[in-house]
Design a protein around this ligand. Structure first.
Ligand code: DX5
Ligand code: ZN
Length: 225
């Protein structure tokens, strides 16, 4: 079975204590990656953090920084994020190949890799998974992120209908990192794990829990099963 990677979403942590929260969730509670939700107030109606915060956090932790860019013109963020110390740069398919930003998603993938980061591509719930298949995008990236909520906020309900996308991808790409994000927790992890997801983002279910370590362990065990 595939390796489970548990990536708590720092969006649900206390931003005023970001370094402390980040180090605790990895060193004390056993998380693998830190999922950093970057929202620009345009691609989604919420504004969170950008490269300056990543750069500050990088000085306080050696952890793998999994950056999820919910932004317009993701190509403009590649150099700043690389310089800030990001490890994985995941952008949205829907932010590219449009009249306001005609750059192709494949060009963005190439630029991210050229910059020396791992590259992920994400699709929102209304976008069919087919756009990643024949285009060669799923084969070109290090990770595909299937959104299981409409991006913008933590604490929303998991959309189980998205699991057919995960299943389709897993059948074609047995070794691909497939990330799911939105509404994941002990109640929904089995559905996601059975469909073939192995990189699990969890925000509110981890940070609101009294036993964060226990929730992370539950998520990991379900993926490994
Ligand atoms: C949503 C973000 C998620 C969010 C997940 O737009 O991409 O990473 O923080 O939070 P939960 O796990 O609470 O749904
Ligand atoms: Zn996210």
């Amino acid at each position: 079975s595939l390796k489970a990677i548990i990536a708590p979403s720092m969006l649900s942590s206390d931003f005023a204590q970001l370094a402390k929260e980040a180090n605790e969730i990895v060193a004390v509670n056993g998380a693998d990656w830190l999922h950093m939700d970057v929202m620009d107030g345009h691609f989604v109606n919420n504004l969170t953090l950008g490269a300056p915060v990543i750069q500050c956090l990088r000085k306080h932790t050696p952890a793998f920084l999994d950056c999820h860019l919910m932004v317009e013109r993701p190509q403009d963020y590649i150099t700043p994020f690389k310089n800030a110390g990001a490890n994985l740069f995941t952008f949205h398919y829907e932010a590219t190949g449009i009249p306001g930003n005609p750059i192709t998603p494949m060009e963005v993938v190439q630029q991210v890799k050229q910059a020396g980061m791992f590259c992920g591509i994400s699709i929102r719930p209304p976008t069919p998974v087919d756009v990643l298949l024949d285009s060669g995008l799923a084969a070109a990236v290090d990770m595909v992120l299937i959104m299981t909520v409409n991006p913008g906020w933590g604490g929303q309900s998991f959309m189980g209908e998205m699991m057919s996308k995960v299943h389709t991808l897993r059948e074609r790409y047995p070794h691909l990192l497939i990330q799911v994000d939105g509404g994941l927790g002990p109640d929904t992890i089995d559905t996601a794990a059975r469909a073939g997801a192995n990189v699990i983002v969890a925000g509110s279910s981890v940070f609101k829990a009294a036993d964060r370590k226990g929730v992370i362990e539950t998520l990991r065990t379900a993926v490994a099963a």
